[in-house]
Design a protein around this ligand. Structure first.
Ligand code: 5GP
Length: 190
């Protein structure tokens, strides 16, 4: 994924040893051509899995999940961050800590959009400690669906999220692995 590493080097901003700001290409502004290419890559990696739904979390997973779902020809569902009076009382929900906001949020998916007949591909932008992923995976399992894997654009492998999920036999595919952000430098593992 040299093209993606180049964009990260050019447009990413290292905020600390833990956080890489990617607002220019993923988490605020998005480049549609780049995002479609990411979706094509995830679709290729999971094409044998008979995926029926691509699932993600609002908001920054949505563009890549959309592109992946488009390439696979299946619907995309995004878990909403619960805050409205219109929230469905029968929805599946989980409480997850937010890595960047430092707060806890409730995420929810309406039962009608993930069912026991689904083979779900979970797509997200970045995995750090894995809290967000664990929350959504719990919802997928509680819906009775089968999780075929997690595709993340960026795995920060110096944090435990992806490793812990792989230890639990979740197939995790990342496009880029960042091994360190120390001294203001992005170091890639692959
Ligand atoms: P986790 O729950 O795995 O600790 O964090 C995952 C979520 O936090 C991601 O969906 C992403 O939105 C956000 N996040 C984690 N690390 C970073 C980072 O280094 N930069 C940015 N921009 N977001 C991050």
């Amino acid at each position: 994924m040299e093209w993606l590493k180049e964009r990260i080097m050019r447009e990413g901003v290292v905020l600390s040893d833990q956080v890489l700001k990617l607002d220019a290409l993923l988490t605020h502004q998005v480049d549609p051509a780049l995002i479609m290419e990411m979706g094509r890559e995830f679709a290729e990696r999971f094409k044998e899995q008979e995926v029926t739904k691509v699932v993600t979390l609002e908001s920054s997973g949505i563009s890549v999940a959309f592109a992946t779902a488009h390439h696979l020809g299946v619907p995309m569902v995004f878990a909403r961050r619960k805050k409205t009076l219109l929230a469905d009382p029968d929805a599946l929900s989980e409480r997850v800590p937010s890595f960047t906001k430092g707060i806890v949020t409730d995420i929810m998916v309406s039962r009608q959009f993930i069912t026991e007949n689904d083979r779900v591909l979970f797509i997200d932008d970045i995995i750090a400690n894995g809290d967000a992923a664990r929350g959504l995976i719990k919802i997928i399992h509680r819906a009775g669906a089968r999780l075929v894997g997690l595709g993340v654009v960026i795995e920060k492998s110096f944090q435990a999220g992806a490793r812990t999920l792989r230890e639990q036999d979740v197939r995790v595919e990342s496009l880029v692995d960042i091994t360190s952000l120390e001294n203001g430098q992005v170091h890639f593992g692959k």
